[in-house]
Ligand binder design. Sequence first.
Ligand code: PBG
Length: 330
Amino acid sequence: MYPLRRNRRLRTNEAIRSLVRETIITPNDFLVPLFIVEGKGIKEEIASMPNYFRYSLDLLKNEVKELWQLGLKSVLLFVKVPDNLKDNKGTEALNPNGLMQRAIKTVKDACPDMLVMTDVALDPYSSYGHDGIVGNGAILNDETVDILAEMSVSHVNAGANFVAPSDMMDGRILAIREALEDEGFIDTGIMSYSAKYASGFYGPFRDALDSAPVDLVDIPKDKKTYQMDYANRFEAIRETEMDIDEGADIVMVKPGISYLDILREIKNEVDIPVAVYQVSGEYAMIKAAAEKGWLNHDHIMMETTTAFKRAGADIIASYFAKDIVKLIHS
Ligand code: PBG
């Protein structure tokens, strides 16, 4: 007789498939990245990120209200800093009236219950496009960490609920945690980009913020001295465990699609929430193939997103968040 178990029984139709489905995507899964620019009435499309926009503060208001109505309750803020305000030390990052600080207030005014997370790193503010201070032919770790801690306090002063250091300097989580505690910000969260790889997938993001590393005689035009080597696995676990010991509330794996193995391994290893970031290049790749008619946009969007959650992600930072939620509601 044929084996008693026929696996296809549970795949016969959508009713049974949905009954046994293990991974369900909901609006609660998402963190929505937002790009913010100076000016008024600006909603400009990012060339390498079709249908994704930079907003000026006035239009940011409407956008976050729309997100809230769709059930998207957490945002991750990034600012595009004018060139004349950039320097080696990211001085503008500490301006209490800087674009990030005003953006935080704008989101909180428009939507007081929206969870506001902010990117903490020097690159949008750096004239060299690096996540840390450049000096002596290197990216200076400890000097940078001091500024990241100050920057975090400044964001929380403006109303941020979480800071998200994306710089990969050593020891920054502890420094930020101590700075926040010293200021009495005992309820502020830290989402650490803990396993962040030196990836080719960040290209469109650097277009969005005009933040790519520039040519320097004594420093390579990449971030390989601080972001991780994509060939490595054990290092990701070590980085993540250290960040948890230093006080991170949420850890992250980044990028997403090519790092599902790392995501699952970290999820099995740690007992705090794990986030994944489906980064700009992944978004661009899917958009480009869909535009050419080579892939089905919505199918790939849902398949990759579900794969993150299946692989262990508790939180997904995604440029598709709005599209996905609209699709779910439709
Ligand atoms: C800045 C930062 C980057 C991203 C998030 N924060 C770029 C980088 O490290 O060069 C990438 C996000 C994306 O590609 O979508 N430190």
